[in-house]
Design a protein around this ligand. Sequence first.
Ligand code: GYE
Length: 419
Amino acid sequence: MLFGIGRKPACKTPVSFSFTICFFMSYNENMIFKGLGKIKTIAGMVLVGAALCCAAAGCASGTPAPSGGEELIETGQREPSTRLSEEDKARLAEGATVHNGPPLSIGLSQIGSESDWRMASTDSVQACFSAENGYDLLFDDAQQKQENQLKAIREFIDQDVDYIVLDPCVETGWDSVLKEAKEAGIPVIVYDRRVEVEDESLYTAWIGSDFRLEGDRACVWLREFLLANHVNREINLIDLQGTLGATAQIGRTEAIEQAVAENPGWTMVGQATGDFTEGKGLEVMREFLNRLGSGVNVIYCENDNMAYGAIEALEEKGFTVGTDLSKGEILVLSFDATRNGLRLTLDGKIAVNTECSPLYGPALTGIVERLEDGEAVPHDTFIEEGQFSAESYIGSLKVNGESYPVTALTEEMIGERAY
Ligand code: GYE
């Protein structure tokens, strides 16, 4: 099921990436709303309302993004920052669901600022939960530490906020604090990464990516690529993992591990976390190269920032990053599809970039407003994402019987990218 309806249909033109609610898994039987007590949700199809269209609108920037975007970026060069432009922030905010009446207080616990993806995600929620849109946002940056997130949530509970919005750095360890929020009658909306809790009613709704599917798409692309290029020889891979225990890491790592197990000739010669940061990606990759020397063919980077670090480490050692394995080039796979990541993809330094959308602001305001209106929201919602490559001959691929498109990247698409 694909939805694309919103109260403020700001979706215009080319959507630089898709951010569409894909399907809903289950519904809350019992939700506790602050001020509303315990209500029974109705089973059935529920749209997250404005969220959807607006999310698309956020990405539907039809003009090249500023923040360096106006300058001509040379091949291989990256923009210093991929923060959202003021224009894109305004577009996102316009797509948010507006709250009328006294401002709603939102306690939002953000993981940190480890990556370009994360900064765009922060820009997105801050632009949407704005005073102009009827919200009073209490924003906390946990600097990638779960203990800081737990502290922030407890402070939000003490301040008796109307809603808690959480992007959890890791999956486990949330039961107690979420019980406290539930007892205080504060609904918790989780987004992006997931929480693994004994009682699923401890959070009201989750919206995010299917990280395992992202990983599977990257691995199937690699398999198809090797087949198409008649690369019969064995390949040695390195997996640069995200923050251990984070849903994005778990899903992407599971996918490559299974692919290695299933594809004869694929060998994992190195696997370590780079914590989703460019600095750690560089450091870990340098260590691998010092230890392994040559003989590595493929680097599976679990996000764009680690890919930047890995590419730097490879190039400083004299390796060529690219897709011609017969010439000894090293093939890099990445996730997120940020503007800089896509630039490296168009330049052929990242072979395929599997998208992960950070622009959650509109969808989150949509969920909050549906709850405010006493409507049921799906308990778990997956968003739909794309995949980009400069190699155009793999136009689509199949994962578990489903077909997924691979978009042949163009300069124009990069210009339209909001993040
Ligand atoms: O891929 C990475 C970020 O949770 C999906 O976290 C997110 C991941 C994203 O730091 O760049």
